[in-house]
Write a protein of this length. Structure first.
Length: 201
């Protein structure tokens, strides 16, 4: 590109960004490569990639923050439940939108998961004022769980405890029945069939 043309393109980029974009698009469509402002075009493309990564990083951080709120902030869980659940869905949708537009971001998302969990943990601790000793430094959920629209940490934990409680109750009932059977006198056991027959006759 001649020096005077390059200078004009750079000046246009600084003075009227939107006009520069329109001119660059037109030059690309007509394959007018000799007059392209390559320097700023390359910077814009690199910036676009950084913007996508910054956006998906921010969504993941906020998602982790709200998952931690649901899991650990018990005193606020009931009044804030609907709002937190809505925010979790929103951040999941935003992340999915980014991944649909740029599937190549999936490895990047996995690479930053631990870091963004840590950042989300800091935001959660600031908001809740809970002791940092109560909140694990390493995530207790996977990236797949965090992105799964049907998964929530408190619901999963509650269901697990509910199932364990039911198992314990069933086990206790069996033990009680067994104990009662052992405690029933032999003569009563022998009489029971006869009593049933008498009641039927």
């Amino acid at each position: 590109m001649p020096f005077d043309v390059e200078a004009k393109s750079i000046a246009l980029y600084d003075m009227d960004y939107q006009l520069w974009v329109e001119q660059t698009v037109a030059q690309l469509k007509t394959q007018d490569f000799s007059n392209l402002d390559l320097k700023n075009l390359i910077e814009e493309l690199e910036s676009l990639g950084r913007s996508e990564k910054h956006a998906i990083s921010s969504y993941l951080m906020r998602l982790c923050e709200h998952l931690l709120k649901i899991q650990y902030w018990e005193s606020e869980r009931e009044p804030c439940w609907r709002g937190w659940k809505s925010e979790v869905r929103n951040f999941r949708l935003q992340i999915q939108e980014e991944l649909d537009a740029s599937p190549s971001l999936k490895p990047f998302l996995r690479d930053i998961f631990i870091k963004q969990y840590g950042n989300g943990r800091k935001l959660f601790l600031d908001a809740s004022d809970l002791s940092e000793k109560l909140i694990p430094e390493a995530p207790q959920f996977t990236l797949e769980q965090a992105l799964d629209e049907d998964w929530l940490p408190w619901r999963s934990e509650w269901n697990s405890k509910k199932k364990q409680l039911q198992r314990n109750q069933n086990h206790q009932k069996r033990r009680d029945r067994h104990r009662l059977q052992k405690q029933t006198p032999w003569c009563v056991k022998k009489l029971k069939p006869n009593l049933r027959r008498s009641s039927l006759s």
